[in-house]
Design a protein around this ligand. Structure first.
Ligand code: SF4
Length: 247
């Protein structure tokens, strides 16, 4: 992302997410993955986000500071759970155009709200729409990401991701580990083959491939060797998928 101005749309007091990834650096998700379960005052308003961005970027301009390469929505959970996410993006585009026209707007999302047309349309307006896809087989996704929505369906998810018509970047974390006595490994041949089939359908700009790098929610999660990630990337490249390995 280059130099990135991070924006956390989520309440500061605790992680809010619709997934419960075993590798999450924010720890386990404790209830409340559904935006409707949060009180309205848990989130900054779109006006507050706009004012904060305006203030920060104006200060940087006036201080002759290097302007950010990107304005990145991430934070302690899933940014698209903000109930007015679309309005936040609209206002961010306006501020960016006025004060930092060269900065990319980036969203890091787990993709769990792509069924919401407002969120989907907003993601089409950003420069880097980065969506999570942590494996090829449904049971592996369930074990790794543990979506809170019991009707989460991997095939449906791939369908949503394909509707971006290629204006999407996929982010995949590869790991091995044992959680609750179950061995989890999304680097197996079968897993990678299924993952590549999904990517062929999604046709992303490129895929970000990376290992765990910080503390994880579950114990006993292993960092996959770089060589394994490079082999997976080679397989994807041979199938016509652009990849970038981060290690
Ligand atoms: S989607 Fe991101 S924030 Fe949510 S549990 Fe997974 S890693 Fe953590």
């Amino acid at each position: 992302m280059g130099s990135s101005l991070g924006v956390n749309l989520l309440p500061l007091n605790r992680k809010r997410c619709s997934f419960n990834c075993i590798y999450c650096e924010c720890g386990w998700t404790n209830g409340g993955g559904d935006a409707s379960s949060f009180s309205d005052d848990s989130f900054p308003t779109p006006e507050e986000v706009e004012a904060a961005l305006d203030e920060k970027l104006t200060k940087m301009q006036q201080g002759n500071k290097r302007m950010p390469d990107s304005i990145t929505f991430a934070g302690n959970g899933e940014p698209t759970l903000h109930p007015q996410f679309a309005e936040v993006i609209n206002r961010t585009v306006k501020v960016r155009n006025r004060l930092a026209p060269d900065a990319n707007i980036v969203v890091l999302s787990n993709g769990s709200t792509l069924n919401n047309p407002d969120v989907f349309n907003a993601l089409e307006k950003v420069n880097q729409n980065i969506q999570k896809l942590d494996g090829g087989l449904p049971e592996t996704i369930q074990w790794i990401n543990q979506p809170l929505n019991p009707s989460f369906d991997l095939i449906q998810q791939v369908e949503y991701l394909s509707r971006f018509n290629g204006k999407v970047i996929i982010q995949t974390l590869f790991l091995k580990g044992v959680v609750d006595g179950i061995t989890i490994d999304n680097t197996t041949d079968q897993e990678v083959e299924a993952w590549i089939e999904h990517l062929k359908r999604i046709k992303p700009q490129f895929v970000m491939i990376y290992p765990v790098d910080r503390g994880t929610a579950a114990d006993h999660i292993m960092k996959v060797p770089e060589e394994v990630l490079r082999q997976i990337a080679d397989r994807a490249e041979k199938a016509g998928i652009s990849t970038r390995v981060y290690y």
